[in-house]
Design a protein around this ligand. Sequence first.
Ligand SMILES: Cc1cc2nc3c(=O)[nH]c(=O)nc-3n(C[C@H](O)[C@H](O)[C@H](O)COP(=O)(O)O)c2cc1C
Length: 166
Amino acid sequence: MNTSKDRMTIFKNAMANYPTGVSIVTTVDEDQAPVGLTVNSFASVSIDPLLVLWSIDRNVSTYEPFSKTDKFAVNILREDQDEIAYLFASKEDDRFAHCKWYESKNGLPIIQNAIATLQCKLYKQVQAGDHLTLIGEVTDISANDQPPLLYHGRKLGPFPSTFHQD
Ligand SMILES: Cc1cc2nc3c(=O)[nH]c(=O)nc-3n(C[C@H](O)[C@H](O)[C@H](O)COP(=O)(O)O)c2cc1C
C-alpha cells in the first residue's frame, strides 16, 4: 500500500505526464489594475450554457483579486508564446509591462496573439482543497486555428508536427 507521501509523488508525476495546453487567465483588481497568471488547469465544462473552469492555488500572489472578481478572460497561448507563459508564472510584479495586451470592451485584459480568448462572467466558485475552482460562463469568444503551446513533463513546447500531417 502506498503512503500518502508516495501517493502525492506518483500523483504529481502522473499529472506531469498528462499533456495540456497553456493559458493566461486575466482579470482586474479592485483598482482596475490588470492581473493574470499562467495556468494549465483550464478545461471546458458545458456547451449549453457555455461553461469553462480553471483552478487557482490559494498561495499564489494573484489569489485575492481572482477570489473577488466576477469576470475573467482565458487566453489560450500560441505555440511560440512560451516566453509570456514563463513571464506570467514568474515572480515579476508588473507582468503586463512586459507583454502586448489591450483592454476589452468588458474591461478585461486580453493577451495579444493568443489563439483563443474566452471572456467569462463568474458562474460559480468551488473551494477544492488547496485550490479554488472558478467556473465561468463564456460571454465573448474569439479563436483561430493556429497551433497551441503545450505543457508536458514540466516543460513548455510547440505542438508536435505529426498532428499537422493529413
Ligand atoms: C505551465 C504552468 C501551468 C500552471 N498552472 C497553474 C494553475 O492551473 N493554477 C495555478 O494556480 N497556478 C498555476 N501555475 C503556477 C502559476 O502560474 C505561478 O505559480 C504563479 O503565477 C506565480 O506565483 P506568484 O504569483 O505567487 O509569484 C502554472 C505554472 C505553469 C508554468
